[in-house]
Design a protein around this ligand. Structure first.
Ligand code: SF4
Length: 260
């Protein structure tokens, strides 16, 4: 069980989770107005394949593989029309190419047999597709405008814990906790906001609490958790407060994707 900051929020008088969630979403939406999915796709089928390929690798890596892949495979039938070894070669650099080939071909088969070749919108239908677990289904449903849950990846889990929004470590339980407090209208964008805040500010090893717009709402701010215990001392030493390095955000995001 990860350390819980829910009690710390109470001790600091920061207010209940339900009271803090609105300003958290509001401030993050201003801070990361560009937060969105990093995968590149032009159709619902490309979205589904991209998300399936993104397991255990970076979005940037998937984006390097998919332009040629999507030029060659346009319909579900196309993924079944070639020998599996050929598809394995075409997605090789996305990693775990054998498992992903099996999952993609199985999914294409089911799309054709059960869904008229279309990508379903309902979560219970998406998770029936071979190799599509709840997180993938949540990402796809949300991007198609039908969010029925909240995506919990490594950033969402870490920030939800640090912000004292959950006591849990299990992604399914964290999602359930978040669903209770995040307004349904925000279910699609909330994970993007936490993911981008995690990449830019609340790094796993070195959270930059001194630059964080949530500092006064966050029960783990300035606890010296994991990180530089003396940001103020460092600022005093540097003689100035450092602004977020916006110019390098893109580079940071790319590097941080490796942790997904
Ligand atoms: S105050 Fe610190 S720990 Fe809390 S969300 Fe911001 S960077 Fe993360």
């Amino acid at each position: 069980m990860a350390r819980s900051y829910v009690g710390e929020a109470r001790r600091r008088g920061l207010g209940r989770r339900r009271e803090r969630i609105a300003p958290i979403v509001e401030r993050l939406a201003v801070e990361h107005s560009d937060a969105s999915i990093a995968l590149r796709f032009r159709s619902e089928l490309e979205l589904l394949v991209s998300v399936m390929l993104s397991a255990q690798t970076t979005d940037a890596n998937v984006n390097r593989v998919t332009p040629a892949l999507f030029a060659k495979y346009r319909r579900p039938e196309d993924y079944l029309a070639v020998p599996r070894e050929e598809l394995e070669r075409d997605i090789y650099t996305a990693g775990f190419f054998r498992q992903k080939t099996t999952a993609i071909r199985g999914t294409m088969q089911m799309l054709l047999e059960d869904f008229d070749g279309r990508v379903p919108r309902r979560l219970d239908e998406l998770v029936r597709l071979p190799g599509v677990a709840r997180k993938t289904a949540n990402v796809v449903a949300a991007e198609l405008g039908h969010a029925q849950g909240i995506v919990v990846d490594t950033h969402v889990r870490r920030l939800s814990q640090r912000l004292g929004l959950t006591r849990n470590d299990d992604p399914v339980k964290i999602e359930r906790d978040l669903q209770r407090i995040v307004p349904r209208a925000d279910w699609a964008r909330f994970p993007h906001l936490l993911i981008w805040h995690g990449r830019r500010i609340c790094d796993a090893r070195r959270p930059r609490c001194e630059d964080c717009v949530l500092e006064d709402l966050c029960p783990s701010s300035r606890l010296g958790l994991l990180s530089s215990p003396a940001p103020r001392a460092r600022r005093a030493r540097d003689g100035r407060a450092q602004a977020p390095p916006r110019a390098t955000d893109a580079a940071q995001g790319g590097a941080a994707e490796a942790s997904r």
